[in-house]
Design a protein around this ligand. Structure first.
Ligand code: HPA
Ligand code: ZN
Length: 365
């Protein structure tokens, strides 16, 4: 009996490793990651010591034990406190470079990365400090590892729309280093319509637009983000399923959803990963993608999110390739760069799976 159990254990281990290396080998994009959410406890301690900042934790283990969240707000309280250890340009550089190195290890070829300027300007840190550090790290990573990255500036929705406009004005000298704007922080009670003005300005400056919607908030916030903010992607969007017409619209208009399965379980959006709706939406033809959100807080980077989701929802290789394809298709890369990555994905996906069936409809483009 014991031997049989060990044999089963090794079979499963081997299978999990095979799935992980298959996923790692596929070119992919990460479209939903908050750079401040990639601050690992070890780096948090190093930076706190370097900058003379007191942390309410004695050890790295204590930090990890504190990462037990009842909802989004409980997480955000800890997330903003963690971000306060970031002070110098070098700190922001190291944070960004560490994330990009980690992303490369997961087979990420393009990352479109959120940052929260108001979490820093409210502490008296100047735009030039974090933008300088982020931009240098992105340039260094492209040179060292070939990864392509762009920055998306998020407005904190628990602060007023006017504060977002003030932030936009402060950002003016750095807009050329951004690819888009986004909206994050406490969702419920802070509807997208409050940010119409700042989004209109960002769009007329040529930036792309995305917004968190339907994570904890109602489907009406997804509709509001699409109609009022004119966003091109929805971040999370899990609650779209409560509005049948909205799901049909997402399919028809090919609106990508940047989903974050481990985050949703950690923040109690779903009780268990087995309950997540990503597979159901994929099968309905919604352009869903897998991302990490705040990997240092939620127990995993993109590959961890993929592996856990594949296991929990019994995704097959076609599903995995479809998710990778959706991620590349949903980037803000120029068409020729997108096409090159998609072609590489088709070759890799096919090479690794001899005799694989033709892609299904929801995998295309
Ligand atoms: N949701 C909203 N705001 C956030 C998140 C999130 O998951 N992570 C960082 N800011
Ligand atoms: Zn997020």
């Amino acid at each position: 009996m014991a031997l049989r159990r060990i044999a089963v254990h090794f079979y499963e281990l081997n299978r999990a490793m095979e799935i992980a290396s298959f996923i790692r080998s596929l070119p992919k994009a990460e479209l939903h990651v908050h750079i401040e959410g990639t601050l690992e406890p070890e780096m948090m301690f190093d930076l706190a010591a370097r900058n003379g900042i007191d942390l309410p934790f004695a050890t790295v283990e204590e930090v990890r034990e504190a990462y037990e969240f009842s909802d989004l707000q409980a997480f955000l309280d800890i997330y903003y406190r963690g971000a306060a250890v970031l002070v110098t340009e070098q700190d922001f550089f190291e944070l960004m470079l560490a994330y990009l190195e980690r992303a490369v290890a997961d087979g990420i070829r393009r990352a479109e990365i959120f940052f929260d300027p108001q979490a820093h300007t409210e502490r008296g840190i100047d735009f030039s400090v974090f933008m300088g550090g982020f931009a240098d790290a992105i340039d260094a990573a492209r040179e060292r590892w070939g990864i392509s990255a762009g920055m998306i500036m998020c407005f904190l929705r628990h602060l007023p729309g006017d504060a977002a406009v003030d932030t936009w004005n402060l950002a003016a000298p750095f807009v050329h280093r951004m690819i888009g704007v986004g909206l994050d922080s406490s969702e419920v009670g802070n509807p997208p319509e409050w940010f119409a003005e700042v989004y209109a300005r960002a769009r007329s400056a040529g930036l792309h637009a995305v917004a968190h919607a339907g994570e904890e908030g109602p489907p009406a916030y997804i509709t509001g983000a699409l109609d009022t903010l004119r966003v091109e992607r929805i971040d999370h969007g899990v609650r779209c399923e409560e509005d049948r017409a909205l799901v049909e619209r997402l399919v028809r208009e090919r609106i990508p959803l940047t989903m974050c399965p481990l985050s949703n379980v950690e923040l109690r959006v779903f009780d268990r990963l087995e309950d997540h709706n990503i597979k159901r939406l994929l099968d309905r033809g919604v352009r869903v993608t897998i991302n990490s959100d705040d990997p240092a807080y939620f127990g995993g980077y993109v590959l961890d999110n993929f592996v856990a989701t594949v296991e929990a929802l019994d995704l097959d290789r076609n599903d995995i390739v479809a998710l990778a394809r959706n991620s590349i298709g949903a980037t803000f890369l120029p068409d020729d760069e997108k096409a090159a990555l998609l072609e590489e994905l088709a070759e890799t996906g096919a090479a690794l799976e001899p005799g694989a069936p033709e892609p299904t409809q929801n995998e295309k483009g």
